[in-house]
Design a protein. Structure first.
Length: 709
């Protein structure tokens, strides 16, 4: 039934079951449906057992969707993983063979930040890094050290200091038996490279391998894929070079473009039909992406009607843009469009600010994608540390729970505990339990140790089952955890929501430890691309984060030169990648697409121009030299016919006698005639003729006059 509903391109992809196949999947072309149909076809024709199929995705959301829809076909494939999820699974399976402790903890980015901040308390690092190097810079350096991109002797002084911090960070991870996301992939790739026996075992384990979003793979991910397959493997890679937008994260478009160089007799199928967008939206996206040379050349075909015309608007400022779009959104609400069907898409995060400030005054609820994720919220993160400690009794979790809520067990107490390390090789938990008198622990700390140890013993009872959740809640009451948050109803609601999810974990199994480990792994491995769904809210989202989403209505805002494409792309960066980012943003729209640009100034005081991409899509006039339109042309267009217009202004008046606003015309003693672009209480921004350009002038300065009719 599923196969019969496919189009001819999708059927071709499904029927090619043997050997390497590359599926180029345009936007909205049903790639997930095709993956599911192919897996279903393989199982129904008994070409493989479910456990012989491996599907790798980039987000948990995509993986869960594939699992759910395959199960709907009454089939079951358990081996659906993100790359990090597969690495975690692999390392646990092979832990005994490799001589590693399979009970390792997975450290997410928040954990890493906490560890690094702890290690930076050393005076050497505080002096070197405080307010000078961001944590993101440190993470980036750590990744380079992991992959040995640079020899130690070539490091700059600051890199050498970061390397010292990196060594301390590695020692800490070893001590708490923790792996971060980089570690998972690096260790997986290393084992597959160095251990031929294990590599051969896993290559034989999977008869069919699928890789979704293949255009986004990086060097280490591609190496893992190659080591799990051979040149003639039944590997299906699915992706779209036109949607490769993560080169800054290491993704390499060449892997999908040059797939034939590493696999023999590759079959390529192109999914051309777009089921998502109207013909008008597809038409402009085809025009835009056709300007790229580094791509598989094809045009997306439409199946929907022409639809509404693309609406292009220009605004005086970003504030004006937010105001007018807010009004339009209210009109859309009246037409029956729901808030969660609408997205504001922009190139970079700061562009959300005007909408965040404007929406509340219009009664428009919104969600800002990229805000704090549910599992990263303080109260939820703390509960996760307590749960993780129950499973592993690891040092990292211990440090995060021992003094929360406060039991007067601070840094000095931890130093005393650290000093015991010269005597014992046990972890913190054994050390503190066995040395309570020596450490002179306060009653509240002793009480915490007693009730925590009691719960750990209860937890280790494999027959605990669903009673575990009630026991854990009671434990949180006894240690005053819930009392700490009792006056914050939002946090209490979040805690209750967490327990609802936890209850589902134990609904099918009585193996508490196994199920809890799986639950903790899943929430730690949640991808940054897995966005939470919030009903009845307009979405504010960057073009990068919007990949993989779709909306009935899209507002693509601040579509200006030096913003989209970015200044960096125009200044020697990759204009082709910027075009792909714009292509992704445009193809999120299903029915209505609004594109807008502004005529205010950039951070350097220069007047913004429409994006070059608007000309490439032929959405505004593409006259000769229009793309490089200078300020003189802007001046003339802004007041239409300068000379004729100025003739109508017969009297020069002072600004005190007349309201200065955008489009007002002034006379400056030095610069001559100019048109006001922007005006506030203290400064006006004015466009003069080409040789003077854009100038900012104090509003109360005596050097200029205002024309009045």
């Amino acid at each position: 039934m599923l196969f019969e509903s496919l189009n001819k391109y999708q059927k071709d992809a499904v029927l090619n079951t043997e050997g390497p196949i590359r599926i180029i999947a345009g936007p909205g072309s049903g790639k997930t449906r095709t993956i599911i149909a192919k897996a279903d076809y393989i199982l129904k024709h008994k070409l493989a057992y479910p456990h012989q199929i491996l599907i790798l995705t980039f987000t948990n959301k995509a993986g869960n969707e594939i699992k759910k829809r395959i199960e709907h076909q009454k089939e079951e494939i358990k081996n659906v993983f993100t790359f990090h999820g597969f690495a975690a699974f692999f390392l646990r399976v092979e832990a005994k063979e490799l001589g590693i402790d399979g009970n390792y903890i997975i450290l997410d980015r928040t954990d890493q930040r906490n560890i690094i901040k702890r290690e930076m308390k050393d005076s050497l690092f505080e002096e070197a890094f405080l307010d000078k190097v961001s944590l993101n810079d440190i993470f980036e350096s750590f990744s380079k050290f992991n992959t040995k991109e640079k020899a130690l002797e070539d490091f700059s002084p600051s890199e050498k200091l970061i390397y010292e911090l990196y060594k301390k960070y590695k020692l800490y991870k070893k001590r708490v038996n923790g792996y971060d996301f980089d570690d998972l992939l690096i260790n997986l790739e290393k084992i597959l490279t160095e251990n031929e026996e294990i590599r051969n075992k896993w290559e034989k384990r999977f008869k069919y391998v699928f890789v979704d979003e293949f255009q986004d793979v990086n060097k280490i991910q591609y190496s893992i894929i190659k080591k799990l397959t051979n040149r003639n493997s039944n590997i299906t890679v699915v992706g779209d070079p036109d949607q490769n937008i993560y080169s800054w994260r290491g993704s390499d478009i060449s892997y999908i473009l040059n797939f034939e160089s590493d696999y023999d007799n590759v079959k390529t199928v192109i999914l051309k039909i777009n089921y998502r967008s109207t013909a008008n939206i597809i038409d402009i996206s085809n025009r835009l992406i056709s300007h790229n040379k580094n791509r598989v050349n094809f045009e997306v075909e439409n199946i929907k009607d022409e639809g509404a015309k693309i609406r292009v608007s220009k605004y005086r400022s970003k504030y004006d843009e937010a105001e007018k779009i807010s009004n339009e959104i209210l009109n859309l609400f009246k037409q029956g469009i729901k808030p969660n069907d609408i997205a504001i898409i922009y190139r970079t995060n700061y562009l959300s600010l005007n909408f965040e400030q404007t929406f509340p005054s219009y009664g428009i609820k919104y969600r800002l994608v990229g805000g704090l994720k549910f599992f990263d919220r303080e109260e939820i993160k703390k509960i996760i540390f307590f749960l993780r400690f129950l499973v592993f009794q690891d040092d990292f979790s211990f440090l995060n729970i021992i003094n929360f809520p406060s039991r007067k067990f601070g840094e000095k107490s931890i130093e005393k505990l650290d000093n015991l390390r010269t005597i014992t090789t046990n972890g913190y938990w054994d050390d503190i339990k066995n040395n309570q008198d020596k450490l002179k622990l306060k009653p509240e700390v002793r009480n915490f140790i007693e009730i925590t140890d009691e719960l750990i013993n209860k937890f280790n009872d494999s027959k605990l089952g669903n009673d575990f959740i009630e026991s854990f809640k009671e434990y949180l009451v006894n240690i005053n955890f819930l009392k700490f948050y009792e006056n914050d109803l939002n946090k209490i609601d979040n805690i209750n929501s967490f327990f609802e999810q936890l209850s589902k974990t134990f609904s099918k199994s009585f193996n508490v430890r196994e199920e809890l480990v799986e639950f903790l792994n899943q929430i730690t491995l949640l991808s940054s691309n897995d966005n939470e769904e919030i009903a009845n809210h307009v979405t504010l989202i960057t073009a990068h984060a919007a990949k993989g989403t779709e909306y009935k209505v899209v507002f693509l805002v601040s579509f200006n030169q030096k913003i989209f494409p970015s200044y960096q792309a125009l200044d020697g960066g990759s204009l082709e990648e910027e075009r792909r980012v714009a292509y992704v943003a445009i193809t999120r729209a299903k029915e209505l697409l609004y594109i807008s640009y502004t005529y205010d100034s950039d951070f350097g005081g220069n007047m913004l121009q429409p994006s070059v991409f608007l000309y490439e899509m032929v959405l505004i006039d593409n006259k000769k030299n229009k793309i490089k339109e200078d300020r003189s042309n802007f001046f003339k267009r802004y007041i239409k016919d300068t000379e004729e217009e100025i003739k109508n202004y017969s009297t020069l008046v002072t600004k005190d006698n007349y309201h200065v606003r955008p489009q007002s015309i002034i006379k400056h003693k030095k610069y001559g005639d100019g048109v006001v672009i922007n005006a506030d209480d203290e400064v006006i921004t004015v466009a003069f003729e080409k040789k003077y350009g854009i100038k900012k002038i104090l509003k109360n300065h005596s050097s200029w006059y205002l024309f009045k009719k």
